[in-house]
Design a protein around this ligand. Sequence first.
Ligand SMILES: C[S@@+](CC[C@H](N)C(=O)[O-])C[C@H]1O[C@@H](n2cnc3c(N)ncnc32)[C@H](O)[C@@H]1O
Length: 316
Amino acid sequence: MSLPHGYRQAEMHTSHQRIETAHALINGHFHCLIACLLSTCDYIEPDNQAVPKSITQALWTGCTNTPIHSHTFTLMSPTTSRWQTSEVANAFLEGVRSAIPGADLQLAVMGKIIEQWCPSPHTLVDLGCGDGILGRYLLNRFPTAQGIFADFSEPMLAAVRQKVSDIPQATVVTADFGQPDWGASVATHGPIDVVVSGFAIHHQPDDRKQAIYAEIYDLLAPGGIFLNLEHVASATAAGEALFDDFFVDHLHAHHVKADPHVKRDAIAQKYYNRPDKVENILAPVESQCQWLRAIGYRDVDCFFKTFELALLGGRK
Ligand SMILES: C[S@@+](CC[C@H](N)C(=O)[O-])C[C@H]1O[C@@H](n2cnc3c(N)ncnc32)[C@H](O)[C@@H]1O
């Protein structure tokens, strides 16, 4: 079961606009804001079923189908995200994370790179940590390291605090990498040897992704490593359809263990209509490797890729 490609394009377009619109307002570029607003509002006619109203309403409150000039628009904070709700956080932790295809191999590849390039890391950061699956794996493999677990979602922070409660070398910090000052909470722990991130940075627009990669570079000690296990863009719509179908297979196989009667179609429906999907801003892995090289990272590569799941990174 797959959605028409046009739907996904329209949705992605709208999601980009939402963020660009927020940036326009924050930067005071009101002419750009109006342009974004005019085009964004094209998508929220109530009888237009192609793109859900909620996408634009997530940004604007008070936006209805009356003329634009009569509205008072209120911009929600750029840090407002579905990931900060218990609903999305728990749905991911309980229903999706264990279904990610190739998860064990992704961790093993990440561990191998660190073992080869920085065998005794002093400090490692798990950025956008969720319940800390990456950082906990690494602290188990490199037990003399200090681990910093960073996220901006209270439900995720509660989950990771509980999971690392018996790991003395773990510290949990609140950090929003959508904001340029996020590194302050991490920098107090000294130069960082390793930064890992799992399926998190793709929630930022591309210019912010590049800025985050540069901010991470600045935090790293010489020789430090950055590894991003990421949801990346397929090269074509056909590749995207392959990935979606593959992912639904894995979700179904996971959920059927708890409920043998659960139907693949029901899982597919949920997957294609998941509320956090509008926050995905996927970029091709090749572009992202180029960004890393341009910043100054060495030995940049995509070390692992299965459809839209990729491990990319490099060292300082
Ligand atoms: C798909 S989950 C992945 C969690 C974990 N890294 C993993 O691999 O299971 C995405 C995580 O990124 C976090 N996140 C999203 N945007 C963020 C931001 N701007 N700052 C900090 N964390 C963010 C979410 O709260 C969530 O925990």
